[in-house]
Design a protein around this ligand. Structure first.
Ligand SMILES: [Zn+2]
Length: 473
């Protein structure tokens, strides 16, 4: 029998804020040692009250806008109660009944399919701390306690590991490009809900959850292993499937049971009386919208409209540094299509040759825009532009100062061009004779000789024209 895999995802994303969600401690990335970024509030000392970080609301709403969600004007926090040493309050503050964003969607394209993934909700919550095990001792580090997270919950709409990875890559690119999250290792973690059913069936099979996965490579392995385990259990009755929470073991490549799946009742959720409801009025929402979060689908359409190739579009969408550089270069006055070609062909080629990684500081967008402008206005040739790009990336010089100091401008004086052509033709009589006898190939050599005579500072098309004219005589 053929089986269909059904997957739903819960993705936790650490938000890029200066302070934690309910206190003024810095984020754990600023911590140098264990328990560096802690205060009585995030350590759960009696009598300390949480105070909402406004920025968290704005970033969560921005994520919602990017995922086509309803941004709810009214949302509230709940306490999720459980005891674990890395959770000093013995409850986690999260959103259950009234999350900030609901009912979104995102389209993903893989080699085989295009599918719309429905987003059930996005809610805000705090992270837990971290346990460190050494020998016979376990230590607790509260630096990560109360670091803000959003959890994005999808409907069970994925049908393969490939679709899941495509979705996660898209989220990562979106969140990085809009500054919602750095999405570094560990800052994006998934719980994978998975079941299988006979193809064509509309009922769901027994569902298991693989917890806390952050590496894309391991997510793929875990999904494939778990799906096969379900299929074997149904097909060959190797074991009885039960609804449970599992962990993936990297060493063996297998999942193992952690505990029976808790239900909502196990957590004794109740509204958090310490936090006021979050009310987002129209003015605030407009302000959030005005920051123009990058909607990747809109980007993709825009790139296609101006005629950027499919391969190049894929490159841009998967790399937020490239996308930002293109954005800023266009902001600095360059044409979108032209700038994309300079960045994706010339700049990337240059970086590859020199084995340099692209970062936000590789080239100032204004300088790149100026080089593009100099070529467009025929102040310098395309070839000189490439060389100038090389120097600007390497030494961060000012394009105008450098081109003037090194006399890189094109020979605008047609007299100079004609003199050069005359000289080349006189010095290469044999080639001229061959050309006139019909040997077209030597024409290239004559262009090369003329360019050399002009030290490369002429537009090739002008050289071709002058040569053709002179050879007709
Ligand atoms: Zn704190």
């Amino acid at each position: 029998m053929k089986y269909e895999i059904v997957i739903g995802l819960e993705t936790h994303v650490e938000l890029n804020t200066k302070s934690k969600i309910f206190c003024s401690c810095g984020g754990h990335s600023s911590a140098k040692e264990a328990n560096d970024c802690v205060c009585p509030a995030c350590c759960g000392m009696p009598g300390m009250l949480p105070v909402m970080n406004k920025r968290v609301v704005e970033l969560a709403a921005t994520a919602g806008l990017m995922l086509n969600c309803n941004i709810n004007k009214y949302s509230t926090f709940d306490k999720k109660n459980y005891y674990y040493p890395d959770l000093p309050c013995a409850y986690q503050i999260t959103q259950l009944n009234h999350p900030i964003c609901t009912n979104g969607h995102i389209t993903i394209k893989t080699k085989d399919t295009e599918r719309e993934i429905r987003i059930k909700q996005i809610h805000m919550e705090e992270d837990a701390g971290k346990l460190v095990h050494e020998g016979n001792f376990s230590y607790v580090d509260f630096n990560r306690t109360s670091v803000p997270l959003i959890e994005i919950v999808t409907q069970p709409d994925f049908r393969s590991a490939d679709e899941v990875l495509t979705y996660l890559r898209k989220l990562k690119s979106m969140f990085q490009s809009s500054g919602i999250s750095e999405c570094e290792t560990g800052a994006m973690r998934c719980d994978i809900n998975i079941s299988v059913r006979p193809e064509g069936s509309s009922e769901y099979g027994v569902r298991t959850e693989v917890k806390n996965m952050s590496s894309f490579e391991l997510i793929e392995k875990a999904i494939n292993y778990e799906a096969q385990r379900h299929i074997d259990a149904i097909e060959y009755e190797t074991e009885e499937l039960i609804q449970e929470t599992r962990r993936f073991d990297e060493a063996t490549g297998k999942t193992f049971a952690m505990r029976n799946k808790e239900t909502e009742a196990d957590y004794r959720y109740f509204p958090d009386p310490n936090l006021m409801p979050i009310v987002i009025d129209d003015a605030w929402l407009e302000k959030i919208k005005a920051n123009k979060p990058i909607i990747l689908d809109e980007r993709e359409n825009l790139y296609r409209e101006v005629g950027i190739g499919e391969k190049e579009i894929a490159m841009l969408l998967s790399n937020h540094v490239l996308m930002k550089l293109l954005d800023d270069t266009v902001q600095a006055g360059a044409d979108l299509k032209t700038a994309s070609s300079w960045i994706l062909t010339d700049l990337i080629g240059l970086l590859k040759r020199k084995n340099i990684a692209l970062t936000a500081d590789t080239i100032a967008p204004a300088k790149l825009a100026r080089i593009i402008e100099l070529v467009a206005k025929s102040v310098i040739t395309r070839a000189t532009g490439k060389k100038l790009l090389d120097v600007v990336v390497e030494k961060d010089v000012d394009p105008d100062e450098y081109r003037i100091a090194n006399k890189l401008d094109m020979q605008q004086d047609s007299g100079l061009l004609e003199n050069a052509v005359r000289k080349v033709l006189q010095e290469n009589e044999t080639m001229v004779a061959e050309y006139k006898a019909g040997k077209e190939k030597v024409f290239q050599a004559l262009i090369g000789a003329t360019m050399k005579e002009l030290k490369g500072k002429a537009e090739p098309s002008a050289v071709v024209e002058a040569l053709r004219k002179a050879l007709l005589r």
